[in-house]
Design a protein around this ligand. Structure first.
Ligand SMILES: [Zn+2]
Length: 312
């Protein structure tokens, strides 16, 4: 089973673990994969034929970001093909978008443009480098996860509510769907923050907590979601609680507002520089929190460790 570079986010499912889907079609055949999971399964099938066996094993077992650093040539080869096949596939399914009511699609595309300019200004004001993420809207049924995968207890599909997907080796595009039940503003900001993060040190759940607290802050500050929507959308509640503990620690030590504390922590996640956190908490205490975020055995142990490191 392929490991994703980052764990699956329950807002946007990172496509991992679908290699066993064994789709009959190859990515380049006329028989187009019907859904995104089928498309990714088809990549595997084709790469098995065109990569050397050593390259194929690396492709199967190593996260894309790691391959980018350790085997840039292999990354290029895989990434170029995946870009081409995905773009062809997007073109081939675009006519199906006609089935999505125009008004909702137009609204979603306008929201995406607004959010992109909000984020560009937000990042620029803080001196953080910003890359716009491309958002592709697809009909809900193209996210359909075959039941044989959903039944696999090891698969993230079994318990995830799919709001959108990234394809490994094609991180510039976020595939999502226009659903009335999803606070689109929050989802797009959340995924854009992941896409722009340069941090490689925070563990998965702490990354999600920081991302979601940051996304809620930015999206509500700019009127892209309201209080009722934020309350109704229960993303990462325990992770956000823990982040609030860290934010209180920043406020207590520096006298900053909560808003500035969010920026300090979010800035750490975006830039990958932990200098500010070292200044606020001391290098040793902060290092302990970062280590625990990757290596805790239970969530309770992690929470206790964070409280101890913060002297609570
Ligand atoms: Zn996430």
């Amino acid at each position: 089973m392929r490991r994703g570079g980052i764990g699956p986010c329950s807002l946007a499912l990172v496509l991992i673990g679908v290699a066993s889907a064994a789709a009959a079609a190859t990515a380049t055949q006329d028989a187009r994969p019907k859904t995104l999971p089928d498309l990714v399964a088809a990549f595997d099938h084709t790469f098995r034929q065109i990569l050397t066996s050593e390259e194929y094993v690396t492709y199967q077992t190593t996260p894309a970001e790691e391959i980018a650093e350790t085997s840039p040539e292999l990354y290029q080869k895989v990434s170029q093909n995946i870009h081409r096949w995905s773009d062809d596939w997007i073109k081939s399914v675009t006519p199906q978008l006609a089935t999505v009511p125009d008004r909702r699609l137009v609204e979603a595309e306008a929201a995406t443009k607004r959010i992109e300019s909000i984020l560009a200004r937000y990042f620029e004001a803080r001196g953080w480098p910003y890359r716009p993420m491309r958002v592709v809207y697809l009909p809900q049924r193209l996210f359909h996860v075959p039941s044989r995968i959903a039944r696999d207890p090891l698969s993230p599909f079994g318990f995830m509510d799919i709001k959108g997907m990234f394809i490994p080796f094609y991180p510039e595009v976020f595939f999502t769907t226009v659903q009335p039940s999803t606070p689109l503003g929050l989802v797009i900001v959340h995924e854009s923050l992941h896409f722009n993060s340069r941090d490689r040190r925070f563990g998965h759940r702490l990354s999600e907590g920081i991302t979601d607290v940051g996304a809620r802050h930015i999206a509500s500050e700019h009127g892209e979601v309201d209080e009722r929507e934020l309350r109704a959308f229960e993303s990462y509640p325990t992770e956000r609680d823990l982040v609030e503990t860290i934010l209180r620690g920043i406020v207590e030590r520096t006298g900053r507002s909560r808003e500035d504390a969010v920026d300090a922590l979010l800035g750490t996640y975006i830039t990958g520089s932990h200098v500010t956190m070292h200044e606020i908490f001391g290098a040793e205490a902060w290092q302990r929190i970062v280590e625990l975020s990757r290596n805790h055995e239970t969530w309770h142990q992690f929470e206790r460790g964070v409280q101890e490191a913060l002297g609570e």
